[in-house]
Design a protein around this ligand. Structure first.
Ligand SMILES: Nc1nc2c(ncn2[C@@H]2O[C@H](COP(=O)(O)OP(=O)(O)O)[C@@H](O)[C@H]2O)c(=O)[nH]1
Ligand SMILES: [Mg+2]
Length: 215
């Protein structure tokens, strides 16, 4: 997602070789398009294109925006595409983030991607240095797209997730650790001990690997 004309549809094409229409005008992508891609790590990821985020969304576009809104709220990661060749990149980032707050999606993890690095005089690479954890790419030439996909994979792998753990009844220390390191959603006692659902990050998930029950 990102500001209009940032290169979102081009990016989806560059990442997935999808035949999504690319045009240099406002709101060409009225329907979110979703494409599947296998990451180098083997996971299958769904990439969804969205309509452009601009301030003061026109009324007739609100309906089209609703499906985008859902995709954005439910996403595991927002790839925030920014036109790095624009003099207004910073304002556009702020405008997009304002919309995220408006639709209650400002807590969804975000990866800032400064696009159009190929444009002469583009600030994409400088901005990527300035914004911690961001990356630069050119959706047009494909430069650095693979590196961006690798970062997307890392970010997805490190995100918090809900795990089911089966803990032995005599291991109160493990239950305490789960409470300390994660957010325990519920606990129930069964024949094998205590079954819990807990939100953990990748470090916590690795620590409790032995006790995991496949979801
Ligand atoms: N030079 C250059 N142009 C790009 C790049 N990515 C997108 N564009 C152009 O920017 C315009 C808007 O791209 P589009 O993908 O439709 O943007 P969207 O509105 O965010 O979906 C089109 O003319 C694209 O060809 C890029 O990396 N470099
Ligand atoms: Mg588009």
């Amino acid at each position: 997602m990102g500001y209009t004309n940032a290169g979102k549809s081009s990016m989806l094409n560059a990442v997935t070789d999808a035949g999504v229409e690319v045009e240099d005008r406002l709101f060409v992508t009225l329907d979110p398009r979703t494409r599947q891609k296998q990451l180098p790590g083997g996971e299958t990821v769904l990439f969804t294109d969205t309509v452009g985020f601009i301030s003061n969304l026109p009324h007739e576009l609100v309906e089209a925006f609703m499906s985008t809104l859902k995709s954005v709220q439910l996403a595991d990661l927002l790839v925030h595409v920014v036109d790095g060749s624009s003099d207004h990149a910073e304002e556009q980032i702020a405008a997009v983030r304002d919309v995220l707050i408006e639709i209650g999606a400002d807590e969804v993890p975000e990866l800032l991607v400064f696009n159009k690095a190929d444009v002469p005089g583009s600030r994409a690479k400088d901005l990527a240095k300035l914004y911690e954890g961001s990356v630069w790419v050119s959706a047009k030439t494909g430069e650095n797209v693979e590196a961006m996909v690798a970062v997307i994979g890392e970010r997805l792998r490190s995100r918090d997730r809900i795990l089911t753990l089966q803990l032995p009844l005599d291991r109160g220390d493990l239950l305490a650790a789960a409470h300390r390191e994660g957010d325990v959603i519920d606990t129930s006692v069964n024949e094998e001990g205590v079954l819990i659902h807990v939100v953990l990050d990748s470090v916590g998930a690795a620590r409790f690997r032995q006790w995991r029950v496949p979801a």
